[in-house]
Design a protein around this ligand. Structure first.
Ligand SMILES: O=C(O)c1ccccc1N[C@@H]1O[C@H](COP(=O)(O)O)[C@@H](O)[C@H]1O
Length: 201
């Protein structure tokens, strides 16, 4: 199972998460976020974590041109897309980058969702309705609905990730709020504890 540490805003926090064993780092380029980072800092962070840590650019409701330009400037290795979007948009991004397509529980079972997830290079990630809000999903209620090969986000932290993994068996987990000392600043102990708990589940 892969572990992603999201909301990285500095080289320091990128190195901290990579040294703690993160498989992937998330860089949020959505202007609404208190974890907004510039492509320049994300690029520099990526250069400091070695060759095997994935760098994921996170976007919410942004235009195709902006997503592709920002991803290129930041030299990310994958893109995470939140919010409603047209199938052609998703197809266009997936032609350049592996995509984590973020879904809410209400999206599961919809025809449009099945169409999106049928595209090559698109991996589902289930998250709470408010991204970056630190609110866990009702994992027990999602048993049997959770998409095969999907990732899980939404209010995960050191104290609850093992339980979530046992219930839903995701291919990857992702967190931000519960790993922070303050908005956009990582708590080193919580980052380490999260990765250990996820791996030990
Ligand atoms: O964290 C944000 O500010 C954010 C803003 C816009 C899109 C996504 C954002 N974060 C994503 O939210 C999930 C889970 O966050 P949490 O652990 O519940 O706080 C994660 O995928 C982040 O990438």
């Amino acid at each position: 199972m892969r572990v992603k540490v999201c909301g990285t805003t500095s080289v320091h926090d990128a190195v901290l998460a990579a040294e703690a064993g993160a498989d992937a780092l998330g860089f949020i380029f959505a202007p609404v976020s208190k974890r907004l980072v510039t492509p320049e800092v994300a690029r520099e962070a990526g250069l400091n974590v070695g060759p095997v840590v994935a760098r994921v650019g996170v976007f919410l409701g942004q235009g195709l041109d902006e997503v592709l330009r920002t991803a290129e400037a930041a030299r990310v290795s994958a893109v995470q897309l939140h919010g409603p979007l047209a199938p052609l948009y998703l197809k266009a991004v997936a032609a350049y980058y592996p995509v984590l397509r973020v879904l809410r529980p209400a999206d599961l079972g919809r025809e449009a969702t099945a169409e999106e997830l049928g595209l090559p290079g698109v991996t589902p990630m289930l998250d709470a309705p408010q991204p970056g809000g630190g609110q866990p999903l009702d994992w027990a209620a999602l048993r049997g609905l959770f998409p095969a090969g999907g990732w899980l986000a939404g209010g995960l932290g050191p104290e609850n990730v093992a339980e979530a993994v046992r219930i839903l068996k995701p291919a990857g987990v992702d967190a931000v709020t519960r790993l922070e000392a303050a908005g956009g600043i990582k708590d080193a102990e919580r980052v380490r504890a999260f990765i250990q708990a996820a791996r030990g589940a």
